[in-house]
Structure formats: C-alpha cells, structure tokens
Design a protein around this ligand. Structure first.
Ligand SMILES: *Cc1c(COP(=O)(O)O)cnc(C)c1O
Length: 349
C-alpha cells in the first residue's frame, strides 16, 4: 500500500521549515520593517526591493484557471529541474534508497540522482520505446522510492502507453513521476486528470517549451496535497524570483498566441518529417508527440559536424543506447527549417 509516511526521509518528516518574515503576521499592513529589505527602493524603473511571495499565490491562481487544479495541488519551482531535485531530497535517503529510470530519457533524472547519492536503476525502454513493465517490476525493491516516466519522452518524442503508466501507479507503492514537459504538442491526455485517482502521482509540466519561457525558469509539479506540502517545506523559501513570477503571470494571459505557435510547430514538424524522409542518409524518423524529432541516420557524427560547420546546431544522440545513429532535431520557425533542409541538401557534395 502507498503511504507517504513510509516514503519520506525521517529528517524531512521532522523538519521545521524556514519561516519567512511575511509568514508570521496576519492582517493588513503597509509599513514593512520585518525583512531587512531596502525600504527606499531599487535602482531600477521597476521595483524589486521586496522579497517575492514564497508560495507564488497569484501565479498559482492563474495556473488553476488554465489547468483546473487547485493551488494546494500545485508546486512551482525554478524550472522542473528544481522539482526533480526536491523529490530526491524529500524521499530518497542518500546511499540507501534507489529510483527507477527508463532510458533513453531526459538526462536530469540521473544527474539529480547522482548529486543526491541515490542509486539509479535503469530499465531500458523496449525497441519501440515503451515501458518494459516486467523489467521494472524486477528492479523494484523495498528501497525504491521514485519512478520517472517522461511522456512524451525526450529524446525519442513518443508518448508512453497510458495503460502501462496506470499499471505502475496502481501497483507501485512509491511515487510515479510523469514528466509532461512536451504535453502541449501531444494528442494524448495529460495525467493531471488522474490526480484525484492516484495519491502517488506527480505530474510535472513547465513553461520552458510550448510557453516559450525557458529563460524565466518556471516549472510546475501537480500532486496530492500531502506531497505538495512536503515539496513546499523542502524548497528554498524564495525559489521563484519576483520578475519570473510577474512575467510568467503576464505570459499566461496569452493562451491564444501560444496555441497558434503549437499549431504552427505541428505543421512544421510534419513538413520536416516529409522532407527528411527523402534523404538517402535518413534511415528512420520516429513518430513524435513533441516539438522535436529523433532521426536515425547512416552517419550521425558526419551530419552533426557538417551542420555545425554551417552554423546549425542539432542534438547528437548517437552515443545514447537505443538511439544509435540518431540526431534529435528541434522544430524551428519555417525559415529555420528551410535553412536546415537546404543545408542538408548539400551534405556530402
Ligand atoms: C526541457 C525539459 C524539461 C524542462 O525543464 P525546466 O527546468 O522546466 O526548463 C523537463 N523535462 C524534460 C523531459 C525536458 O525535456
């Protein structure tokens, strides 16, 4: 049976969180002499002399409107990368516990595991980039705290079968993290709808991809109230800075603009797939639910170096197990994609 108390680290269970100056009073006030800020202001047109809201309430209210998830089920981090790290620090005892990763997948899960001295047990995806459920079942033991599933998956681009993820959620006593960084480009439903069904589910999304805000560093985790409470306790008090909170809020008013970009990205993705198929050096293009495609080639290093020499950077994934010979190509603007295709036309000439 899943029970958060069997998963939490003892030091985190006992932790008294940092209490910020603004947490300690109730009621209205207009003279703030409690946080050692500069009361005169900032040497900027916009004022940043006050500490930001530690729980990002305005931003969460807006995310609630968009996602239909109440603020008590939302964690906001300095990118999803912070949410990943906080899950490790909350649930995994260094040198003792382990997590399950299913490569080829997003590299930060393993880096974060290594930083936190947590064993990462790897169960390769199958040849068609789906979960090896038997392998995962064998790898799980009583010290397994987290399983990371990225869907749509980076770098393969495909979505992971929904029933397989539900099988894990229903049978694993630890926490299943479903990273949906690319969900806006997918026809699949988000797992956010399943939050009421599974207490051990964490869904991660980000403003870094479809929302075009990678530079602001705003990532979200959606989960049960008890998991979110722990994450808020463990995070640095002011983990999302004031300008990121304000600009993210402003950006979240522009849903229509973002939806247009998503549509255009999908059109351009189809165009790239059709055009790339025609090249002799392209062996296979994997079906993508994301804003990139994984392209298997006869000469990944040669094409990569050639593109670099022409000022075009793609991601060389050819050393990654199950991605041999493959390049990951992000869908660009129509103009950028034209440059890419024209340049590839001259490869080998
Ligand atoms: C890009 C990406 C993220 C985004 O991370 P941020 O820290 O929010 O920028 C998360 N997960 C995956 C799988 C990604 O590819």
């Amino acid at each position: 049976m899943y029970n958060i108390n069997n998963l939490l680290r003892e030091n985190i269970k006992k932790l008294t969180p940092y209490s910020s100056a603004r947490d300690e009073y109730q009621g209205e006030a207009n003279v703030f002499l409690d946080a050692n800020e500069n009361a005169f202001g900032s040497p900027l047109a916009q004022q940043f002399n006050r500490y930001p809201d530690p729980l990002q309430y305005e931003l969460k209210k807006r995310i609630t409107e968009i996602k239909g998830v109440p603020p008590r089920n939302i964690f906001i981090g300095n990118g999803s990368d912070e949410a990943i790290d906080i899950l490790f620090r909350s649930f995994c005892n260094p040198g003792v516990d382990n997590v399950i990763l299913v490569p080829p997948t997003y590299g930060m899960y393993e880096v974060s595991a290594n930083i936190n001295d947590i064993e990462a047990r790897k169960v390769l995806l199958t040849e068609d980039y789906q979960l090896n459920l038997e392998g995962i079942a064998e790898a799980i033991d009583e010290r397994t705290k987290l399983i990371f599933i990225c869907s749509p998956n980076n770098p393969t681009g495909n979505s992971i079968n929904r029933e397989d993820i539900e099988t894990l959620l229903a049978n694993f006593n630890g926490i299943v993290v479903v990273d949906e960084a690319y969900i806006n480009f997918s026809r699949q439903k988000s797992f956010i709808q399943e939050l009421t069904e599974y207490a051990n589910l964490v869904v991660m999304q980000t403003l870094s991809k479809a929302w075009g805000l990678a530079g602001l560093r705003v990532g979200m985790a959606f989960a049960s109230e008890e998991i979110i409470r722990v994450m808020n306790k463990v995070k640095p008090p002011y983990n999302v800075n004031e300008s990121s909170q304000q600009l993210a809020l402003e950006a979240l008013a522009n849903v229509a603009q973002v939806n247009n970009w998503i549509k255009e990205t999908l059109t351009q993705r189809d165009r790239l797939v059709l055009a790339l198929k025609e090249f002799d050096f392209v062996v296979d293009i994997y079906p993508s639910d994301a804003n990139f495609i994984l392209v298997k080639t006869t000469d990944a290093n040669g094409i990569y170096d050639y593109l670099v020499s022409k000022g075009i950077i793609v991601r060389n994934r050819s050393k990654v197990e199950l991605c041999e010979g493959s390049l990951r190509i992000t869908v660009g603007t129509p103009e950028e994609n034209t440059v890419l295709l024209d340049t590839l036309n001259n490869f080998g000439n």
